[in-house]
Unconditional design. Sequence first.
Length: 563
Amino acid sequence: MAAGAARRERRDAAPAVWLLSAAILAVLVVAPLGILLFTAFRVPEGQGFTLANFLEAFGEAMYRGPVANSFVYATSVGILSVLVGAPLAWLVTRTDMPGKAVVRTLTIAAFVTPSFLGATAYVILAGPNAGLLNVLYRAVTGADEPLFNIFSMTGLIYVTSLYTFPVVFILTSAALTATPADLEDAARIAGAGRLAVMRTITLPLALPAIFGGFILAFLEALVLFGAPAMLAIPARFHVMTTQVWAFFHYPPQVEVAAAYAMPLLLVAVALLWAQRRLMSRRGYTTVGGRAASPPPIPLGPWRWVACGAVGLVLLLSIGLPYFALLRGALAKSWGLGWSWQNVTLRNFRYVIFEFDPTRSAIVNTLELAAVTATLAALLMGAIAYVAQRRLVAGARALAFLAMAPLAIPGIVLSIGLFKAYSRPPVLLYGTMWLIFIAYLTKYLPIAYTACHAALQTVHADLEDAARILGANRLVAFKDVTMPLFGVGLVSAWLLVFLPSLRELSSSILLFTTRSRVVAVVIYTLYEEGLWEAVSALGILLLGLTLLLVAVAQRFLGRRFLQI
């Protein structure tokens, strides 16, 4: 019996999984980062190393301006996201405001809406010349000047904030839901009023989550490409991501772009480290077991005021943009006004059946998203299992590598991949393989976090019981863990598939005519001024995304966003 157990242990697959996973992560994460650093210090078209790339990248005022613009933009977006997302989370989790289920659903819809589609919609709504709101304003008032000009720093901050506040909402809602009612009840029994309870109990407990949300919103704005490219470039200013993209115009300055990307990488690493430290602090949060949720705070007549304010936020982030895209998609020409003669379905037929780049891009996008999600879920499921069960020495190193891409902005990752795979012996530039590697690398942390969270619900004692009865670890994993872990894998798959459908930052530097994806086609059509086609393709992308979100919520519930 002992000899049989020993043979089963020797057949344990954990070391093989560790070695294979380490090799894959080294290729996906370590190699591009190493080549990116090498490129930043490399002499262009020569031998040796130099600091000249950094001097060229930051020596001229025209290149330093985007750095200041980026930090003003990202800080403003972070602050606005907190000012909107944190109060909204408190209203939904702690008060008797009506329509809370609808608010949750629409906030998730804003969360999954690509910001570049939001930017497109607001060009249709608030473009200074033909924007629908400005046309209406001029017709009513007779004014010559527009009411809104979305092509400005203010417009860029506004549009981006509409799609980053859900991050603060999700994190703050989770923190407020986890706060036991006993703590607030004790404060009220001691004589504290509602404002005092909020100031001394609720806010301190939620503050790490709120600040963590600010950091994530700040970081999202800092590394975003789509919305800045659509709104900042026409307004004749750059942020860092659009300036990196500009360095790739002919003649491409890849070494200068790599040097220019270094601050983005360093800031992303520092902010994500700070966010992890904040979210991992548990010493002062809650003491004791699970407690009942606190009773909702009655708002009285203010509940309708709160409902109206929340409705306005959701109207601006979901209602008006979706309406603008749908109107553009159904119009023969969206600038011709309102009439039945201007309504058509031809735009959908054009982007699906007639425009060749769109058809191939749709196929490419679906294939990329499906393959990326499948491999990311399987790979991160295996790594999460090995790391959480600590089956081999160095398991934590695997977890660290799996989470490392979280600190690599998509456009920065693209530079590293471009240099790594644009020349022999591994020539992948111009193929779907390179974009696949970019997607897989970028979304590894999301898949790992979802798998890790799901495995925490499967106690190791269940596997130990199976092994006591004679199963080896692989059989115990297949027969005991997998049936319980399956929902987590499905959740990880969806959480990678959905953003892969709309990924632009990682694609914009790597695509060619043979490897377009939907997000790149939307941006290309936008540059060509084909608003009706952009709107139709955007509506199709949003429809698929929201359908998948609805299915995920139906079968996974709140576990869908527990990452």
